[in-house]
Design a protein around this ligand. Structure first.
Ligand SMILES: NC(=O)c1ccc[n+]([C@@H]2O[C@H](COP(=O)([O-])OP(=O)(O)OC[C@H]3O[C@@H](n4cnc5c(N)ncnc54)[C@H](OP(=O)(O)O)[C@@H]3O)[C@@H](O)[C@H]2O)c1
Length: 359
């Protein structure tokens, strides 16, 4: 733990969105990692102002998001935004105008060519080039697979990706988690036959942020409708993968599916390469990849599941197979905690890289 004297010379950190699903995880993470920060500001909407949250073993009061909340922040300080995109878009420039750097994990800046999109295991170097003083982090579906895909790409040279997500409810924030909790309670109190209508009747009309009941169901939709039937979420993940891997024309096909899992995204990935893939070597690459753990022994019943991945930092990879019809393609399953590796850990790692520049 820093002493008071250490803290007065250490960079300040503002966490905007400290009360949200990701914010709560990030505060726990700050309490567990090396304490490099001085002044710590917890900021949320006026609804949460005055709440007291514990971080680094101390209680702090939540401030409402106003100009005053950033008083005293300047060069060398960092603000992590874990807020809806429109809030980040409105308030990030207020912080950068004071000289502090913004790390934003909403969709507000991910497509901005003047804002680097960073996953430290893959492109930490990109943090240093930030003409707007803003660094963006990716969507949690992208984050779940990028370390594994990036490591394989470095050896075999990617020529295409086909991805299906099995997304957790908490990816829709507190509202998503609360919706799933409510629906679980509703169906638990209902006599269910083998009829889909029974679930619809138990859950009622209010499906929260999901396009259909999530409990006991699979919902092949997230985001808004874009051209030709693709969802905004699917197109965003495609664009982010291309950007982070610096492969502007990579063929990428993504299908986003929401499943009744509280936390922990799962994905099936088919990665095609220029060069033939050798299974033993591919497994070695995955085992050595930073941020990846290989759990792949189906004979012993060992493969990743979101239940086991939730609450952990790495991306867990299993079911690794060379495609039956293409020796240049590898298929695998990956699980990662959408709140941790998806956002809180990625944002913390980026903020620590920035703090290191001024150390
Ligand atoms: N959840 C995930 O797995 C995930 C994955 C990737 C990216 N993200 C992104 O990370 C961000 C946070 O997600 P989340 O899941 O933590 O959302 P969340 O649970 O809904 O929390 C949102 C946070 O933003 C604050 N906020 C909302 N409106 C505000 C306003 N007008 N002014 C100030 N603060 C406001 C909320 O404060 P109050 O508590 O006061 O309302 C809360 O602290 C979003 O941009 C999301 O897209 C989330």
């Amino acid at each position: 733990m820093n002493t008071a004297a250490d803290r007065s010379s250490a960079p300040a950190l503002a966490v905007v969105g400290a009360t949200g699903a990701v914010g709560s995880v990030l505060l726990r993470m700050l309490s567990q990692r090396a304490d490099i920060w001085g002044d710590l500001r917890l900021i949320a909407s006026s609804r949460s102002a005055g709440r007291r949250l514990t971080v680094r073993g101390e209680e702090s009061e939540v401030l409402a998001l106003t100009e005053d909340a950033f008083d005293g922040l300047g060069a060398g300080d960092v603000a992590i935004f874990l807020t809806p995109a429109e809030v980040s878009a409105r308030w990030a420039p207020v912080v950068t105008a004071r000289g502090a750097v913004v790390v934003d994990h909403s969709a507000a800046f991910r497509g901005d060519p003047e804002v680097p999109l960073v996953v430290p295991e893959i492109n930490a170097h990109a943090v240093r080039t930030r003409p707007r003083g803003i660094v963006a982090g990716p969507d949690s579906v992208t984050a779940a697979m990028i370390a594994a895909v990036g490591a394989l790409h470095a050896e075999y040279a990617l020529t295409g990706l086909v991805v299906s997500s099995y997304q957790a409810a908490s990816a829709e924030g507190r509202a998503g988690a609360e919706t799933l909790r409510r629906q679980v309670a509703l169906v638990a109190g209902t006599e269910l036959g083998e009829h889909t209508g029974d679930v619809r009747r138990a859950v009622g009309e209010d499906t929260g942020p999901f396009a259909a009941p999530l409990v006991l169901n699979v919902v092949p939709w997230s985001g808004s409708l874009e051209a030709d039937g693709w969802s905004s979420h699917e197109l965003a993940v495609r664009a982010e993968l291309r950007r982070i891997l610096e492969l502007d024309a990579l063929p990428v096909s993504v299908t986003c599916v929401q499943v009744p899992v509280m936390t922990g995204h799962s994905l099936t990935v088919r990665a095609a390469f220029e060069n033939p893939v050798e299974l033993v070597r591919a497994r070695e690459i995955l085992e050595a990849a930073p941020g990846v753990v290989l759990v792949d022994d189906p004979a012993a019943g060992e493969f990743p599941t979101p239940v086991d991945a939730a609450g952990t930092d790495p991306a867990w990879v299993g079911r690794v197979r060379v495609s039956l019809d293409d020796p240049r393609a590898l298929e695998f399953f990956v699980c990662a905690d959408n709140l941790r590796k998806g956002v809180a850990l990625n944002a913390t790692q980026i903020a620590e890289l920035i703090a290191g520049e001024f150390a």
